[in-house]
Design a binder for this molecule. Structure first.
Ligand SMILES: C[C@](O)(C(=O)O)[C@H](CC(=O)O)C(=O)O
Ligand SMILES: [Mg+2]
Length: 299
């Protein structure tokens, strides 16, 4: 009832332990707190909180317009609704290395299990679009050092994302991944890899956990969990997928309203009221209420 029972510290510790085991952990993107509960209910290992989704949700493009306060606030709402660890997309860290440090502490306080900071120039853009720019190595490493220094819970995962593959090629990505690890990154998110072989090349270069981004309509083919596990990936995200699915379905429902004037035909597609109430745990609230009023007061 109300929120998850697991504390952020416990979520982080459990997440770190599982990650150290080397298996591939699946983190679908939650587009709101309720969908995070569904991700948990369906047996996934974690929840991803996407910057692209957060900005799209506000009707904004994903070009660094959202603020630290907005992202941390929304991430907190999502993270506290699930027992699963949640990782948030912190874009470029919302400013200079000093801002990156503050970002880490805010995300710790918001109950996240970790975040990723990327090496794009501001204004950043979706990693799967053309025309990206990356910062020089010194700046990229400074961001990660600042993040690592700022964290208070050693289990809070600092992941370095590098966007350099699409700008300077795979060799540059391998080199940057190595340096980001030397700077203290706990994990690497190599963005916009073109093939499984490219993921494998990063795997061969560094020993830390690696994340694969299976976003649709981008630069990577959509590999299966098995394919990614076979090349040694440790985390996989489908960052915007659930929002795309929900928005696709919403568009079709609106068309049906226009065409048929009622949604009767779409009832089988809908989450049933009973399933919604079950997910929200209405029963738990009911128990809470009856326990409050189970006494009498003498006059
Ligand atoms: C992972 C990502 O950073 C996100 O914000 O979800 C995006 C996803 C997308 O725009 O498809 C990305 O830059 O890959
Ligand atoms: Mg993003």
């Amino acid at each position: 009832m109300l929120y998850a029972q697991t504390t952020p510290a416990d979520k982080r510790a459990a997440f770190r332990e599982r990650l150290a085991g080397g298996e591939l952990l699946r983190f679908p993107g939650a587009f709101n707190p309720l969908s995070a509960r569904l991700i948990e209910r369906k047996g996934f290992e974690g929840v991803y909180i996407s910057g692209a989704v957060l900005s799209a949700d506000l009707g904004l493009p994903d070009i660094g317009l959202t603020t630290l306060t907005e992202v941390a606030g929304r991430a907190k709402q999502i993270a506290r609704m699930t027992e699963l660890p949640a990782i948030v997309d912190a874009d470029t860290g919302f400013g200079e290395p000093m801002n990156v440090a503050r970002t880490v502490q805010e995300m710790e306080d918001a109950g996240l299990a970790g975040l990723h900071i990327e090496d794009q120039v501001n204004p950043k853009r979706c990693g799967h679009l053309d025309g990206k720019q990356v910062v020089d190595e010194h700046t990229a490493l400074q961001r990660i050092r600042a993040a690592v220094d700022a964290r208070r819970d050693p289990n809070f995962l600092i992941m370095a994302r590098t966007d350099i593959r699409a700008v300077d090629g795979l060799d540059a990505a391998v080199d940057r991944a190595r340096r980001l690890v030397d700077a203290g990154a706990d994990a690497i998110f190599p963005e916009a890899m073109a093939s499984l072989e490219e993921f494998a090349a990063i795997r061969a270069a560094v020993d830390v956990p690696l994340l694969a981004n299976m976003t649709e309509f981008g630069k990577s083919d959509l590999f299966t969990v098995q394919q990614l596990a076979d090349v040694g990936m440790n985390l996989v995200i489908w960052p915007v997928s659930m929002l795309r699915i929900a928005m696709g379905a919403t568009g079709r429902a609106l068309d049906e309203l226009t065409d048929a004037g009622a949604l009767t035909r779409l009832l089988p597609e809908m989450q049933h009221r009973a399933d919604l109430y079950d997910l929200i745990d209405y029963e738990g609230y009911n128990r809470f209420d009856t326990s409050i009023f189970n006494f009498t007061v003498a006059r």
